[in-house]
Write a protein that binds this ligand. Structure first.
Ligand code: NDP
Ligand code: MG
Length: 386
């Protein structure tokens, strides 16, 4: 049997590392043909050696001693990444770069007709229908890696879209699920990074604390599965065992349960029925499970309501949501604004009229940049008033 060839973009991050750990034990079936990182050169070198990867890219530095890579093909900066995507043949790309900087490489995968296991939700939120139309025309399959969407994808395939009334996305509620509104004002970055159930990169962990991550996921689900906001629900499920559900028109609910471990959704997306996967995560012990569900609180986590609004308004709203949120989260990480202002920054940026969407990737970046500039003004106004 020929090995399935994989390219991993963002191989040094949380998703990339989990993928590599799982693929390490599946070397008979999978081969890693290309990898990228941004600045973590030493990890990139180690991974390239360990998995004998022939194509290696570092996007965030251009003063690198190329002799370190011996006879491997070595690519530098974003232009090198796009070239690597164009030149290296593979069966699927795991897109695990974080944030909006992944958009160009996601589009490049589509242009070079490469199927994508897509972890980077920002590509979907910003690329929207444009991304999916281009993928369809290029014959490219996009397999969601986000655990909720991986679950929804599997459930929709199993039960048929026509019989479904709504998608129910679960959320852990993050570290501040039980905090009072007034207490949210004093939380620190360290507090925000203490996620109760998932171990992830810094940006997405802060997003989980504000519920912006769930907002991005609501938008992601609306584009992926073509559902409007009235047919997407969010429910808080603190144990992160049920990874989303579908509510059928006949009243039934179907769910998928597994431990909170990204190995399963990553491998489902990469594998796509190529081999029979075994023991990717440990089986659940029912008798020790205690599963609870609760409503989310719009007052303490207002950003989620704004995300639902973006699904209704579409156009450039999802792009503006993402741009404003990236700026606000970075300002919080840098200590420029307190935690509770992240959602206020996003809300204020969404007050502008974003009804005109983008018709190409440059248009997406223009809208994104405009939202970021506005968000920076809001942040600066707050800093000046302090
Ligand atoms: P991390 O921050 O852990 O890793 C990001 C990866 O992208 C690293 O390899 C990093 O390289 C690289 N990178 C960072 N900036 C750039 C850039 N400007 N250009 C190119 N490469 C870059 O992120 P995660 O693994 O947590 O998340 C990756 C994506 O997957 C995000 O979009 C996230 O929302 C999504 N996701 C993550 C989940 C998780 O469990 N972590 C769950 C669901 C979705 P370097 O190490 O060299 O800096
Ligand atoms: Mg998720």
């Amino acid at each position: 049997m020929t090995k399935k060839r994989i390219m991993i973009l963002g191989c040094t991050g949380s998703i990339g590392t989990t993928a590599l750990k799982t693929l390490d034990s599946l070397r008979d079936s999978f081969e890693i043909v290309a990898i990228s990182a941004h600045t973590d050169l030493s990890s990139l070198l180690l991974i390239a050696e360990k998995f004998r990867v022939n194509n290696v890219c570092l996007t965030g530095k251009n003063d690198v001693d190329v002799t370190l890579f011996g006879s491997k093909n070595f690519y530098l900066m974003e232009s090198g990444l796009l070239e690597m995507i164009r030149l290296v043949e593979c069966d699927i790309v795991l897109q695990a770069i974080s944030g909006s900087s992944a958009l160009r490489s996601t589009f490049a995968c589509i242009e070079s007709h490469k199927n994508i296991a897509l972890a980077n939700k920002e590509s979907i939120v910003m690329g929207g229908n444009l991304l999916f139309n281009l993928a369809k025309n290029a014959g490219v399959n996009i397999f969601p890696v986000d655990s909720e969407h991986s679950t929804l994808d599997a459930l929709i395939r199993a039960h048929g879209k026509n019989a479904i009334d709504s998608l129910v996305i679960t959320a852990s509620g993050g570290p501040f699920r039980n905090y009072k509104l007034v207490d949210l004002e004093g939380v620190t970055l360290d507090d925000a990074l203490k996620h109760p159930t998932w171990s992830m990169g810094q940006k997405i962990t802060v997003d989980s604390a504000t519920l912006a991550n769930k907002g991005l996921e609501v938008i992601e689900a609306s584009y992926l599965f073509n559902m409007d906001e009235q047919h997407i629900e969010v429910v808080i499920h603190p144990q992160s065992i049920v990874h989303s559900l579908i509510r059928m028109k006949n009243g039934a609910l179907y769910a998928q349960l597994s431990p909170p471990d990204m190995a399963l959704p990553i491998m489902n997306a990469i594998n796509n029925n190529y081999i029979e996967l075994q023991n990717i995560v440990s089986p659940l012990n029912f008798t020790s499970l205690s599963l609870t569900f609760e409503k989310y609180d719009e007052l303490r986590f207002p950003i989620l309501k704004d995300a639902f609004r973006c699904v209704t308004l579409k156009g450039g709203y999802p792009i503006a949501f993402n741009g404003a949120n990236e700026v606000a989260v970075e300002a919080f990480i840098q200590g420029d604004i307190p935690f509770h202002l992240i959602s206020s920054v996003v809300h204020e940026v969404l007050e502008t009229n974003w009804s005109t969407g983008a018709s190409d990737i440059e248009g997406i970046f223009l809208l994104h940049e405009k939202a970021m500039v506005l968000a920076k003004k809001v942040v600066k106004r707050w800093c000046d008033s302090e």
